[in-house]
Write a protein that binds this ligand. Sequence first.
Ligand SMILES: C[S@@+](CC[C@H](N)C(=O)[O-])C[C@H]1O[C@@H](n2cnc3c(N)ncnc32)[C@H](O)[C@@H]1O
Length: 272
Amino acid sequence: MSDPMRPPVSHPRPTSLRSDPSRPRASLRTAVVWEVLKDALDRRAKAAGDGAHGARGLDVLDTGGGSGNFAVPVARLGHRVTVVDPSPNALFALERRAAEAGVADRVRGVQGDAHGLFDVVERGGYDAVLCHGVLEYVDDPAEGLGNAVAALRPGGLLSLLAAGLGGAVLARALAGHFTEARRALDDPDGRWGEGDPVPHRFTAEQLTALVEGAGLTVAAVHGVRVFADLVPGVLVDTEPGAMDALLKLEAAAAELPAFHSVATQLHVLGEA
Ligand SMILES: C[S@@+](CC[C@H](N)C(=O)[O-])C[C@H]1O[C@@H](n2cnc3c(N)ncnc32)[C@H](O)[C@@H]1O
């Protein structure tokens, strides 16, 4: 049951879905997560006594942040972002991207990984932790997520994005790979075969159990890329207005539990 004293959980707003209008395809992949995350960071900044506009900024940790798909836009909001990633190439690209966006002073890249997180960052030192597209690759997802949560300050927020099982099953089936689809359905890690590049996929129930098991309250769950990966690109690219209509459809479906089970990715917002 929802708590009337709690601020309302954020919902994606169709009017501002295009986080980067110059890259509409990228926006299609990130819009739902970006809108939920941006609203949550705004709320957290206000709760942290940052004033109406969050002028002081938050300390944000992006574990497995890669080349900064989220870290750089978060820094552009005025927050200080530490990216921990094992890949030197990704960290190099991050540095260049942050400089191009004019936020080099607010983005710090550190080589490290989710298991040894506290070898490189401070425990309990962050207002928000992003863990996007990483849990799929760590050996022990519960330990990796536990470390991400242990990096939070009291009242901090976790933004968790991970590959959804049902979306992969649907995509393999619609491509005519029925045996692979069946295998993903039966496999404990949700993999469709030896050639599957993703080591773990999750259901919404598994992700929320991991978040709650790490001691957080689940504030929201969204399905991400419910339709985008299934629609032929030509329909989106050539039909006038199709991209905007698809973005709005994704935003509307993201909130509905029925669509969580077929989403390519699942986003869980947790609160400490
Ligand atoms: C799919 S990319 C996601 C990048 C970024 N978070 C985003 O949303 O665009 C996965 C990232 O996880 C990093 N990674 C892989 N194993 C990791 C681990 N054990 N701990 C932390 N990061 C890891 C990779 O180097 C890569 O940058």
